[in-house]
Each structure stands twice: as C-alpha cells, then as structure tokens.
Design a protein around this ligand. Sequence first.
Ligand code: G6P
Ligand code: MG
Length: 219
Amino acid sequence: MIKGFIFDLDGVITDTAELHFLAWKALADDMGWQFDRDVNEKLRGVSRMDSIGIIMEHNTVSLPEDEVAALATKKNDIYVASLDQITTEDYLPGARELLTHLRQEGFKVALGSASKNSTKVLQQLNATKYFDVIGDGNSVSKSKPAPDIFLFGAEKLDLKPAECIVYEDAESGVDAAKAGGFFSVGIGPKDRVGHADVCFSSMKEATLFEVKSHFKELF
Ligand code: G6P
Ligand code: MG
C-alpha cells in the first residue's frame, strides 16, 4: 500500500539545471575548459564533486584534490548567488498542484535530492511546507545511484520502501530508487528514465490521478 512520496528536487519540482549550467560554464570559461549543454546533461542528478570530476575528465585535466574542492566551491558560490532569482512562480508545471493534492489526501512526503542547496531552493519556492522530511546532499554520504538518500527519506517518514513512490528525472536517480526497492516515476524522455516503473514526459502529466491509475493495486 502506498503511503508516501519522495521527490527529487532539480528537474522534478523546479528546473535548476540551467542555473547549474551557467555556474559550471562560468567556472569552465575561467579555467579554459570546454563545457556545453551536452556535457551538462551528464550532470543531472550527479553530486557536485562527481560533476566536477566528469567535467575535468571531459577536458582530460587532473588536479590535486584540494584544488578540485576549491573550484567546486567557486562554482557553488556562483550557483548559490543565482538562486536568489528563483521565485514562487518557478515550479515546473504540475509540481505545485501535485504537492498540494498529496497534502489534501494525507500522504507523507519527503524530499530526496543530491543538492546541498535544497533548503535554499525550497525557501525560494515557498515549498518547504509541502515536505514532512527534507533529505538532501547533507543527509547521506553516498550519492545516487546509491539508494541511501531515498532510504533516509523513507526511514524518517517511518515507511518501508515498498510503501513509497519516488519521482526522478535523472537516470542515476531512477537507478537509486530501484536499488532501494522503491516504486518509481520517471520524468523526462524514455532514453533517460524509461527504466522507471512508469514514465511521463513532464510533471504536468504525472498527476496523482495518473499515478493511481498506473499503480492501481497499490492504493
Ligand atoms: C542535483 C542536480 C545536480 C547537482 C546536484 C548537487 O542532483 O541535478 O546537477 O550537481 O544536485 O547540487 P549542489 O547544489 O549540492 O551542488
Ligand atoms: Mg533531478
């Protein structure tokens, strides 16, 4: 029986991918590294340190660990400054409606994001009130595709994985949900999240009604 929902943040509740892109691009330009939207796509759902690793590998660059950490911090400072422009109008279409609906129907709701900036993003959206538990990049050490962040959320909600549906827009996020024994809803193209139990092209289609009809026997 489904009693709870766990949501990824970036790409599910709001689209911060563009802001991440601009911040990585500023750092890459500064360093003389190649970085474009195709490389940015590979960073979806990937932790900050793993992301800089991917960008450096793409540029066949290697640096001492402390320098890499300093560069990741530099990118983060640019990214955090850009979060001020997020407003309550910046939910992905359908996301606020779904969160409201879940509250009305009494489901338990957790956030399960890799981002260490989740609290700030939720505040900008005025979305903190929709969540019983905030699981973010500070909550666990192993990032997606490890299931830890979703297991953290389920445990705090006092639910078993099989009682929760995870919403994800990243390949690694769907992998993490499956590894943890959660039901999964993929948001985005089939070649990215087609391995989820059910896949919708956007949050607008992924309504409670649609999800209930798909997982009929679980409600
Ligand atoms: C999300 C995004 C990733 C980002 C990660 C860490 O999963 O999809 O692109 O790298 O969070 O974000 P942070 O805000 O901690 O740098
Ligand atoms: Mg995401």
